[in-house]
Design a protein around this ligand. Structure first.
Ligand code: HPA
Ligand code: ZN
Length: 326
C-alpha cells in the first residue's frame, strides 16, 4: 500500500478543532444569504483568496468576522454536521470539538442556541455516522475574567454535554494566570481542563498552564522545545500536545513544514498528536494534515500510526472504550 492510501485509511482521532473554524466559504455565503447578512466579498473564491495570514491575530480577526453569519440553532447544527461528514471521509472515528460561546453571546446570540445546535449534530453523528465525540467549551482569553465567569455560569445547566473547558484566542498579552480562578472553579464543578499554550506565546505559558490551570493536555505547545527539561518532563509524564501542522505554517509559527518540530517531539517520546485546528481557514482537514507532515518528513507507517495511538491515549474517551480502540 502506498503512503497516501495508508494515511487516507488510517483511523484518526481529532483533539484540537474549533467548530467555528470549519466554516467553509461556500457555507458562509449560504448562511449570509439565509440570514440576510452582508459580506465584504462577492464569491467564496474571493473569501478564500483573502486567507493570507501573517500571525495568529491576523487570522483571529478574519475568523471572528466569519462567525457573524451564524445566528440560528440550525446554523450551528449545519456547521457541525458538515464537519462530521468530513470526519467520515477522513476516517476520523472520534473527535473532541472546541466551541467559543463568547464569540456568539457577545453579539447577542443565546448560549443555548449555540450549544443545542452543536450538541444535536454531535448526537446525530454518533447515531447515524458512528463517530463518537466530546465537546470542550473555550474561554476567549482576550476578554476579561468576569466574562469567563459569566460563561461558566451559563454552562452549568448543561454540564452533561461538556467534558472540559479550554482557553483560546490571542495568547500574547493574555497569559494563563489571568484565568486561574475561573479554571479552578470549573474544576470544582467537575470539568477537565485544557489550554492553548506555547503556540505564539513563550514556554512559561506552558509551565503556568500546567501548574495554575491543571490542564490534562496542551493545545499546540510546540514552543516547549525552548526548554529541554520541559520536553523531558512532558515525555516522562506523557502530557499530550495537540499539534496542528497546517495551522502552524499558515500562521508562521514555523516558516515551512520541513522546519516543524512535531517529528522531533514524536521521536523524543512526547505524546504528540496531529489535528486540524481551523481547517476551513488553514487549507486542510485531518488527512491533509497527516499528508502535509509526511510530505516534509520521512515517516514510517509505525510512526504515522503512533500519532493515532497517542491521540487515543490523550483523548477523554473513558478507559474501557479506549482499551477497545487500541
Ligand atoms: N489559537 C488560538 N485561538 C484560536 C485558534 C488558535 O490556533 N484557533 C481558533 N482560535
Ligand atoms: Zn486552536
Amino acid at each position: 500500500m502506498n503512503q497516501t492510501t495508508f494515511i487516507q485509511q488510517l483511523p484518526k482521532v481529532e483533539l484540537h478543532l474549533h467548530i467555528e473554524g470549519t466554516l467553509e466559504p461556500e457555507m458562509m455565503f449560504e448562511l449570509a444569504q439565509r440570514n440576510q447578512i452582508a459580506l465584504p466579498f462577492n464569491t467564496p473564491e474571493a473569501v478564500r483568496a483573502a486567507y493570507q495570514f501573517s500571525n495568529l491575530q491576523s487570522f483571529l480577526d478574519t475568523y471572528y468576522q466569519g462567525a457573524r453569519v451564524l445566528i440560528h440553532e440550525q446554523d450551528f447544527y449545519d456547521l457541525t454536521w458538515a464537519y462530521l461528514l468530513r470526519c467520515q471521509a477522513d476516517n476520523v472515528i472520534h473527535t473532541e470539538i472546541f466551541f467559543d460561546p463568547q464569540t456568539h453571546t457577545e453579539r447577542g446570540i443565546a448560549f443555548d442556541t449555540v450549544l443545542n445546535g452543536i450538541d444535536r449534530a454531535l448526537r446525530d453523528g454518533r447515531e447515524q455516522l458512528g463517530i463518537s465525540s466530546h465537546l470542550i467549551m473555550c474561554f476567549l482569553r482576550h476578554l476579561d475574567e468576569d466574562s469567563a465567569f459569566d460563561t461558566l455560569r451559563m454552562v452549568l445547566p448543561h454540564k452533561d454535554k461538556i467534558v472540559a473547558v479550554g482557553l483560546d484566542s490571542s495568547e500574547l498579552g493574555h497569559p494563563p494566570e489571568k484565568f486561574e480562578r475561573v479554571f479552578q472553579e470549573a474544576i470544582g464543578h467537575g470539568f477537565l481542563t485544557v489550554a492553548h499554550a506555547g503556540e505564539e506565546g513563550p514556554v512559561e505559558n506552558i509551565h503556568n498552564s500546567l501548574e495554575l490551570l491543571s490542564i490534562s493536555r496542551i493545545d499546540h505547545g510546540v514552543r516547549c522545545v525552548d526548554d529541554s527539561a520541559l520536553v523531558e518532563k512532558l515525555a516522562q509524564r506523557r502530557v499530550p500536545l495537540t499539534v496542528c501542522p497546517l495551522s502552524n505554517t499558515k500562521l508562521k509559527v514555523f516558516d515551512h513544514m520541513d522546519r516543524h518540530n512535531i517529528v522531533e517531539l514524536l521521536r523524543r517520546n512526547v505524546c504528540v498528536t496531529i489535528n486540524s485546528d481551523d481547517p476551513a481557514y488553514f487549507g486542510g482537514y485531518m488527512t491533509d494534515n497527516f499528508q502535509a507532515v509526511a510530505n516534509s518528513h520521512a515517516l514510517t507507517p509505525q510512526e504515522l500510526a503512533q500519532f493515532t495511538l497517542n491521540a487515543i491515549e490523550a483523548s477523554f474517551i473513558d478507559d474501557a472504550h479506549k482499551q477497545r480502540l487500541t
